[in-house]
Design a protein. Structure first.
Length: 93
């Protein structure tokens, strides 16, 4: 997944290809909780115009990590389902 995200979003100077405060297994669990089990299903989550829209927002002083992108895609896809089934507490734990 990290390689896929780097290839797709690596041209964004703020994108960090490492995982952020959530572990890779935590994010994979979130994907599975939302019924996303294959790369093809994951790809369908990404809005077609995401890169253009992302460039218009104020950049984070911390950059954007791979896990952050995955979580954004899940929330954009179905925010109610994300917070009801996939989000299991703080990323600080």
């Amino acid at each position: 997944m990290r390689r896929y995200l780097l290839n797709k979003f690596g041209d964004n100077l703020e994108f960090k290809h490492e995982f952020g405060s959530a572990s890779d297994s935590h994010v994979i669990d979130q994907l599975r909780s939302m019924g996303i089990n294959t790369p093809a299903q994951f790809e369908k989550l990404i809005p077609v115009d995401f890169k253009e829209r992302y460039r218009r927002i104020q950049p984070s002083k911390y950059g954007t990590c791979a896990t952050g992108l995955v979580v954004w895609f899940l929330i954009i896809h179905d925010r109610k389902k994300y917070f009801a089934t996939a989000y299991k507490g703080s990323y600080d734990s």
